[in-house]
Design a binder for this molecule. Structure first.
Ligand code: SF4
Length: 258
């Protein structure tokens, strides 16, 4: 049976966000991303792109959102099969959601394009921005997130965004075997960026690398040393029935797992 929705998925319960209705502003068959993370649950990045463009008309996405009861949703979350800031009309979509009072907006970004002023402006309209930071220098960045990337450029973008952003700002750090030894440097960097929250994740859904164990996460958490830290291992799972389970698994992975 065809999905009744082309661009939205869930709602799911996300340990990072709460009750979240997902919006996929790219909505392509294959993942489109500007990273190639070793742990990506969507597999290798075959469509590597650094160019922003309009993938789906903003009005079409808004029309779909309006078909869903939103009372029990905490955030409308831009994420999906790839990097949401690659959608050139991201800012317009957030603006329309806010102007029509449809709900609070979250964006989960891999941070790569935050060095661009227009991307920072788009993100600044959101209520909650969750920015990826898995590495502390160029070498570790390339080994975890992709060969073509420039660490200082990305970090400068996060720093600049953080200084001006008025909403809630979280850093999301994926810990795997490859970067577990970097946790001291990562924690120092994360503290320096002064987020409202630090989310320590490890890939519990099926993907090419193994998650770190609970004891390793507890050890890692100590380096961050304050109450701002939440971890996927500590999160309480809540079952939530998505509108379309198949569309949700395609974007989000198995929503029955944390
Ligand atoms: S940024 Fe996200 S979608 Fe892109 S490769 Fe990394 S994990 Fe996959």
């Amino acid at each position: 049976m065809d999905s009744p929705f082309k661009y939205i998925y869930g709602p799911v319960y996300s340990w990072r966000i709460g009750r979240s209705l997902g919006i996929d502003p790219l909505s392509a068959v294959d993942k489109i991303c500007n990273m190639n993370c070793v742990y990506c649950q969507l597999g290798l990045t075959t469509h590597l792109s650094h160019t922003r463009k309009e993938y789906v008309k903003s009005e079409d996405i808004i029309a779909e959102i309006k078909r869903v009861p939103l009372d029990a949703v905490d955030y409308l979350t831009f994420s999906g099969r790839g990097e949401p800031t690659l959608a050139k009309n991201l800012g317009q979509m957030i603006h329309l959601i806010k102007a029509q009072r449809l709900g609070r907006v979250a964006v989960i970004t891999n941070s790569v394009l935050m060095h661009q002023k227009e991307v920072r402006l788009d993100l600044s309209q959101a209520d909650f921005v969750l920015a990826k930071l898995d590495a502390f220098d160029q070498e570790s960045f390339q080994s975890v997130n992709g060969k073509e990337l420039n660490f200082e450029k990305m970090l400068g973008g996060i720093r600049e965004f953080r200084q001006d952003f008025k909403g809630k700002f979280a850093l999301q750090i994926m810990l795997i075997e490859d970067n577990l030894d970097d946790v001291c440097e990562l924690a120092a960097l994360a503290r320096d960026l002064n987020p409202d929250e630090i989310q320590l994740n490890t890939p519990l859904r099926p993907c090419p690398v193994k998650p770190i164990e609970r004891a390793e996460m507890d050890w890692a958490k100590k380096f961050f040393g304050d109450e701002k830290v939440v971890t996927v291992w500590d999160s309480q799972r809540q079952d939530y029935k998505p509108l379309d389970p198949e569309a949700t698994i395609r974007r989000h992975g198995n929503y029955l797992k944390p």
